[in-house]
Design a protein around this ligand. Structure first.
Ligand SMILES: CC[C@H](O)CC(=O)C(=O)O
Ligand SMILES: [Mn+2]
Length: 341
């Protein structure tokens, strides 16, 4: 018997960024039903920035994450219901409420150099009986060796799994492999990988992670997710089937759910565009994508200028306010109101 890969579908969390956090309970129930029938390991639901993420800066959710967890849980017997929690945005109280709503698994999402910020939340999650995953964001910003040190800390806090996210879709397959190898040399808990498709490597990088030794992998129906989307779940399963790597998932059911339930809610093209390539190439947070495009259009600014300045500032999650600041500076510069330094 070969190893069995655990698939986490984050259509209803990362995909929420791509639909301005407008999931309804009905839509979540329909996708959750399909996920359960297809045999997915876990579905992650909630605001794109996780529980507590519904603030003006990121965009307000239509339906609360807690209600979406309840809706998902009502359809799932075997498929776990998870959510994401960014400490500071989501609180310990939020986590307790999510557990009352039926949560099975939480991913505590921290910047790639800040494992310590998630220590209390991992411990609380364990004490509440959850599967607790430490989820490192923006991991192209740190070296494999440093990331492995952070992963070691996560293991010491009691995390069941350590995930690393290519949040900007900036990595090459070798970058993924190097991180898996470095983490594996330091920790013995399972490793997971979360990819974005800004450079067209969403599926390829997910597969690279599995080949290098990941036991968990993320994907989304139709690739719906922040930026140019995530690794397409149906394609990941199709490739794994061809490679003879077991997932326990029904590919045909996934294709049906993607077509009938997810494709109709896609608001903007997930094609690889000049903007998505810049996002990945410069290494900007995928969740900044729509904000940049929308502000660029509103203020008549070339989005390239905004992406370049975000890159220079090395912005990380939570610094979305800088997009507006940069637009303001560009407009003032145009008017000649800014002194050149
Ligand atoms: C703001 C949370 C973020 O969307 C988490 C994630 O999916 C990533 O870092 O890629
Ligand atoms: Mn993501």
């Amino acid at each position: 018997m070969g190893r069995k890969i655990k698939l986490i579908d984050t259509t209803m969390r990362d995909g929420s960024h791509a639909i301005h956090h407008q999931y309804t309970k009905e839509k979540v129930m329909a996708i959750a039903k399909g996920a359960e029938e297809a045999g997915l390991y876990c579905i992650e639901v909630g605001h794109g920035a996780g529980v507590g993420g519904s603030v003006l800066q990121y965009g307000l959710e239509k339906e609360s994450t807690i209600e979406l967890i309840k809706a998902a849980k009502s359809m799932c017997k075997n498929t776990k219901v998870g959510t994401l929690l960014v400490p500071g945005l989501g609180t310990m109280e939020d986590l307790k409420k999510a557990v009352e709503a039926g949560l099975d698994l939480v991913r505590v999402a921290v910047h790639c150099t800040e494992a310590d910020v998630g220590a209390q939340h991992i411990r609380l999650a364990k004490s509440l009986g959850l599967e607790a995953i430490m989820f490192f964001m923006m991991t192209h910003m740190t070296s494999p060796v440093e990331l492995a040190e952070q992963a070691k800390m996560a293991e010491e806090y009691g995390a069941d799994v350590v995930y690393f996210a290519d949040s900007s879709g900036a990595m090459t397959p070798d970058d993924i492999k190097d991180r898996v190898n470095a983490i594996r040399s330091k920790v013995s808990i399972p490793i997971g990988v979360h990819t974005h498709n800004n450079l067209g490597l969403g599926v390829g990088n997910a597969i690279a992670g599995i080949v290098a030794g990941c036991d968990y992998v993320d994907g989304t129906f139709e690739g719906l997710g922040a930026g140019c989307g995530n690794g397409n779940l149906q394609a990941i399963v199709a490739v794994l089937n061809k490679m003879g790597i077991e997932t326990g998932v029904d590919l045909y059911k996934l294709i049906e759910v993607g077509k009938n339930e997810v494709r109709p809610i896609i608001e903007h093209s997930l094609e690889i565009t000049g903007e998505s390539i810049l996002l990945g190439y410069i290494g900007i947070y995928s969740s900044f994508y729509l904000h940049v495009i929308e502000y660029a259009e509103k203020f008549g600014i070339d989005s390239k200028l905004i992406f370049e300045e975000l890159g220079k500032r090395k912005v990380v999650g939570g610094q979305e306010d800088q997009i507006l600041d940069i637009c303001h500076e560009i407009i003032e510069k145009r008017k000649g109101n800014v002194n050149e330094k």
